[in-house]
Each structure stands twice: as structure tokens, then as C-alpha cells.
Design a protein around this ligand. Structure first.
Ligand code: AGP
Length: 608
């Protein structure tokens, strides 16, 4: 949520900051702003709307500057207006602040600052930070920021500049990620690495409770308690093309089409055909716990939670250990039964989702072994877990998660097999599963060839106002995910249900205006799903079915069939979801929606 970018160096800052904001816009896009030092003044421009509007505003005059901060916002406190956009300033307009996160005690701080004579001008929580810094400023910017932040409760990633310190940026982190880019004689700060990679691959990830003071000749890192920290420079491994569209009209489509490769990456070097098991380095130190535990919890939000549901089916089938899948936002606030015989897997693409992070901390506090299934290397969840498995899907920019979802499922299948082989799965069965896993990337590529056919189907349905998605067994969570994808990017109301549950309520919705998407592949529940299709048809519902290649029976019953290659039941979600991603994509495009930046959403949800 929200994106921060800052620059200090010898180059013109405004183009670097605007370019950086565009690369971060997937994090939040309801308003944007910039503050830079120019000719002994702080120049500030901000506006409600997309970064392109800010760019237009800034193109009216050339601003000569080599230091500045910028922000793209996802509103929490106060509507998305010009005034509420960041940067925010103190009473005299001398201190400018950009902030990600939420200041929980902002009402109390507002009262305190108002009593002290400060004039607060916006509805935001962030503005209090600028005034607090002003309140504590005695000539040392870093010190004033440190004292101000020690009075703040909540989460923040902040970057601050001050008129009195024309060659310094101060930034700090607590709960909202910040990355420092070290370009030798120029420095960058950003809420993730995307805007930094075009300039340098050398980065330092700030930890919670750390502040950095960045000047032309380098940077220092200290804690809120003034302890010095030796920076750990890391190298980013991915390349620029991973965060560009590469000829596709949208990131989402590019990422859907990357799935054969991302699935290959998720299994590369991890299959042990001889022993019918998997090798997962990040779990090596935990084999004893994996063998011992009598309870597994999978926690996540949104799409990652759907992956968790599929993981539950896989893990229970292969390990016979009871598995629970919990929304992280619920888990953190109830009193979960967790002990040192429990393993918790936190599943998160970004590795920064606030609820998932809090759930994992709660589980650790209660004695569980906490492991991660993350995409972003070095993310907070990846660092705070005791171990885990990266999904290696590469940067996912489209707000609607696609390739991360399939890679999460793939990794869950690898973990299930590893644990299954420790318990109930025979070597032969293990080898069979591995053979099926190896075929999946090519099978995914086959499905992508149906893109035009799916686009045609979309053209018959894009004006509908409701959709129902039904599936059973391993494909019930896929029905949920199909509905989520459609509603996120096309704003069509869609619900996912276990197919047999339909008759306990949703069947009342069915008429000739209700499209029903069935996942009706030749698996162990096929016959049952077929009966559910009949029930819909006899009420004049229009059926779209994901079917198994060569299935003539279903083709004779259903007008809109999308056939997918055959695989073993447990791996079917890896394939059945791809047509649903494409269907949602094409419908959204036909409705004129901004698929990469759907309204009200943000890629990385770092607030509660
Ligand atoms: C997916 O399309 C979503 N936009 C959203 O549900 C997402 O999956 C969820 O916020 C979790 O994010 P994470 O995987 O980064 O933790």
C-alpha cells in the first residue's frame, strides 16, 4: 500500500522520482506527489489521481533539483484529494514527509500538536509526523525524526527532507518495508526494489526500528535507540525486463503467460525422481519438526489463502496430518490452539501483508514452528519465518495475483510430497506424482494456446452483472479464486461455491441471465459435478465448463467448454485456474477496466 521513492545524487531528481513512482504505482494509485530541493526552496507538487496526472502537472515548469522524495497513495485516513496527497509538511513548509503505514495514535498526537500551536491542514495521519519533527527540531534532522518516531504508535516507512538540510534524506522503517539503493555516488530509497533496479542492484533492506541518514557521500544506519548498524549490502538478482510489460498490453496478461516458466522455476532442482520425493533447501533444518508435528496451519489472505485451501487438501491426503487454513486477519485476533507440535506456513506473494505477518508472529509467540511460502526474496515474512520455500515467480506487478497463485500451489505440492514421503506415501506413488509435476509447465503452455477461444467466450458474457463459479474437491478453491479474479478486475459480482452447496441457497439465483462457470474435469468427483450442471441447465442457467481434453460427454451437454490436459487430481488446480484467469482478464478489458490497477485495491496490503 502506497509507494515511496527518494533520490539524492548528481542527476536531475524529478524524472527519476516520476519514473520510480510509475514503477511503484501498483502499490497504490489514488494520488501522488513530490517534494524536491530546488534553488534553496522546497518545491512541492501533489495531486489526486494517477502518477500520469502528477507528471502532467510537473511538465509545466522545469524544476532543477538533485534531491527529493515522492509518493503514490492508497488512502487510509482522509479521502484521496490534492490536500491529503503526500508529501505532507510542517507549519512553515520547511519539512516534507512521505509515509506508508498507519499512525494509530494520530488523534492523540493531533490534539497534543494543536495544543502546542501547530496548524494541521489535512485529514491524514501522516501530517502529524511532519509537525512532530518540527516540534523536536533543534538543528539536527536525524535526531528530530528519531524523537518524533519514538512518540508514534503504528506502522511506518517514511522519508523526510528539510529545507535546512539540502543534501540529506532521512528515512525510517517500522512495519512498512524500505529498501536503500547504493549507486556509488547516488542513493535511492523505495518501498520496494522496482524503482531502484534500473539504477543499481546493490541494496540494503532496512529493518524495523532502523533509521538511515543519506547524504552525497554515503549513508549511516542507526536504531531508534541510537545504536549504530553495519549495513548488509545485498544484490538483487532479477533483471529489468521482469518489471516491464515486454510487448503485452497489461502486466496481468504477461504474468498469466509467464506461468509455464514460473512453474518450471518453482520446481527447478527440487525434484528427486529416484527417491520419489522433493528437495527443499529452506526446510532442510526442519525435517525433525516436519516428521514430528501433529497439526499444520496454513495462514494467508486473498488469493494466497485460496492456495492454502488447495494445500490443505494436498497435505491431508498425503500426510494424514490435520490441516487448518485460516484467514490471517482472523487467526491473529482469536485464541488459536497452537503449540510446539504445530507447524504454521505463512503464504504470501509480497511477504509484506500485515495480517499474515501478524499471524505468523502470533504463532511463533505460542511456540509453533513458523515457515514461509513467499515470492519476494528478503521480504519481512521471509526474514521472520524460521525457514521456508521461495516460489521464485519473479516480480508480480498486476494487482490481481496470477502466476504467484500457481507457483504457491506448486510449492505446496512439493511440501506435501516431502512430508507425505516421510509418512504415508510410497516411493512408487512419489515417483508418479513427480512425473505428473514435471509435465505441468508444458500443459500450462497448452492451455495458453486457448487464449483466443477464451476471449470469444468472454465477448458473449462481458455485459453480465453476476457470475457463479462452482467446483468440488481440489477445484472448490479454484472456483473461489475464479470468482475473486473476476470481481477484482471487472467489478462484476461473482461468487464461488462448492458445486454441491449450490442447492442449499445459491440455486435461487439461477435463471437465463446467470452464467455459471463449472470446473468439470474428469476427476474423482466428475459424475457429481455433472449432476450439478444438469441442475443449473434445467433452471435455464448458462454454463461455461472447464473440461478434460477429449471429453465428448460434457461437450454434448454444454455449449461453452474449455478443455485442459489431463493430470492427477491433486495437480488439477494448477491447470484449471489458468482459463479462469484469462476469462476474467478478457471480460475486464472488454468492460474498459484498468486490469493492472483495479479501483480501491493495492498490491501489497501493509495495513490492517
Ligand atoms: C489477489 O489477486 C489479491 N489482490 C489479494 O487477494 C492478495 O492475494 C492478498 O492481498 C495477499 O497478498 P500477499 O500474497 O502478497 O500476501
Amino acid at each position: 500500500m502506497c509507494g515511496i521513492v527518494a533520490y539524492i545524487g548528481k542527476k536531475q531528481a524529478v524524472p527519476i522520482l516520476l519514473e520510480g513512482l510509475k514503477r511503484l504505482e501498483y502499490r497504490g494509485y489514488d494520488s501522488a506527489g513530490i517534494a524536491v530541493h530546488s534553488n534553496k526552496k522546497l518545491v512541492l507538487q501533489k495531486i489526486a489521481g494517477r502518477v500520469s496526472k502528477l507528471e502532467e502537472l510537473m511538465s509545466k515548469e522545469k524544476i532543477d533539483s538533485t534531491v527529493g522524495i515522492a509518493h503514490t497513495r492508497w488512502a487510509t485516513h482522509g479521502e484521496p484529494t490534492d490536500e491529503n496527497a503526500h508529501p505532507h509538511t510542517d507549519c512553515n513548509g520547511k519539512i516534507a514527509v512521505v509515509h506508508n503505514g498507519i499512525i494509530e495514535n494520530c488523534n492523540a498526537l493531533r490534539k497534543y500538536l494543536t495544543q502546542k500551536g501547530h496548524k494541521l491542514r489535512t485529514d491524514t495521519d501522516t501530517e502529524v509526523i511532519a509537525h512532530l519533527i518540527e516540534e523536536h527540531y533543534e538543528g539536527d534532522l536525524l535526531r528530530a525524526v528519531r524523537i518524533a518516531l519514538s512518540e508514534v504508535q503504528g506502522t511506518y516507512g517514511v522519508a523526510v527532507i528539510s529545507l535546512d538540510h539540502p543534501r540529506e534524506i532521512v528515512c525510517a522503517r517500522n512495519g512498512s518495508p524500505l529498501v536503500l539503493g547504493d549507486g556509488g555516488n547516488e542513493y535511492f530509497v523505495a518501498s520496494d526494489a522496482a524503482p531502484i533496479v534500473p539504477h543499481t542492484r546493490q541494496v540494503v533492506y532496512l529493518e524495523d526500528g532502523e533509521l538511515a541518514s543519506i547524504k552525497d557521500d554515503g549513508f549511516t544506519i542507526t536504531t531508534l535507540e541510537e545504536q549504530e548498524i553495519k549495513p548488509k549490502i545485498e544484490e538483487i538478482s532479477w533483471t529489468l525486463d521482469k518489471i516491464e510489460k515486454g510487448g503485452f498490453p497489461h502486466f496481468m496478461l504477461k504474468e498469466i503467460f509467464e506461468q509455464p516458466d514460473t512453474l518450471r522455476n518453482a520446481i527447478r532442482g527440487r525434484l528427486n525422481q529416484t527417491d520419489g520425493t522433493t528437495r527443499l533447501d529452506g526446510l532442510d533444518r526442519h525435517h525433525e519438526e516436519l516428521e514430528r508435528v501433529n497439526r499444520i496451519i496454513l495462514t494467508a489472505c486473498g488469493t494466497a489463502w485460496h492456495a492454502g485451501l488447495i494445500g490443505e487438501y494436498m497435505l491431508e491426503a498425503m500426510t494424514r496430518v490435520p490441516v487448518e487454513v485460516e484467514y490471517a486477519s482472523e487467526f491473529r485476533y482469536r485464541s488459536p490452539v497452537v503449540d510446539n507440535n504445530t507447524i504454521l506456513f505463512a503464504i504470501s506473494q509480497s511477504g509484506e501483508t500485515s495480517d499474515t505477518l501478524a499471524a505468523l508472529r502470533e504463532a511463533k509467540r505460542r511456540g509453533a514452528t513458523a515457515l514461509g511460502i513467499c515470492n519476494v526474496v528478503g521480504s519481512t515474512i521471509a526474514r521472520e519465518t524460521d525457514g521456508g520455500v521461495y516460489i521464485h515467480a519473479g516480480p508480480e506487478i498486476g494487482v490481481a495475483s496470477t502466476k504467484a497463485f500457481t507457483s504457491q500451489i506448486m510449492v505446496l505440492s512439493l511440501i506435501s510430497l516431502l512430508m507425505g514421503r516421510m509418512r504415508t506415501i510410497s516411493i512408487e506413488k512419489g515417483r508418479e506424482i513427480i512425473e505428473a509435476i514435471q509435465k505441468i509447465p508444458d500443459q500450462a503452455a497448452e492451455i495458453l494456446k486457448l487464449d483466443n477461444k477464451i476471449k470469444e467466450i468472454a465477448s458473449d458474457f462481458y455485459k453480465k452483472r453476476n457470475f457463479l463459479f462452482l467446483g468440488r474437491g481440489y477445484n472448490f478453491p479454484v472456483a473461489l479464486e475464479g470468482a475473486l479474479k473476476l470481481k477484482e478486475i471487472s467489478y462484476i459480482h461473482a461468487e464461488g461455491y462448492p458445486a454441491a452447496e449450490m442447492k442449499h441457497g445459491p440455486i435461487a439465483l439461477i435463471d437465463d441471465n446467470m452464467p455459471v462457470v463449472f470446473i468439470a474435469i474428469r476427476d474423482s468427483v466428475f459424475e457429481k459435478v455433472l449432476s450439478n450442471i444438469e441442475e443449473v441447465k434445467s433452471r435455464k442457467g448458462v454454463v461455461i465448463a472447464i473440461t478434460t481434453e477429449g471429453d465428448k460427454e460434457i461437450k454434448s451437454k454444454v455449449k461453452y467448454c474449455i478443455p485442459i490436459p489431463k493430470t492427477i487430481d491433486l495437480l488439477t488446480p494448477l491447470l484449471t485456474v489458468i482459463p479462469l484467469q484469462l476469462l476474467a482478464y478478457h471480460i475486464a478489458v472488454m468492460r474498459g477496466c484498468d486490469v493492472d490497477k483495479p479501483r480501491n485495491l493495492a498490491k501489497s496490503v501493509t495495513v490492517e
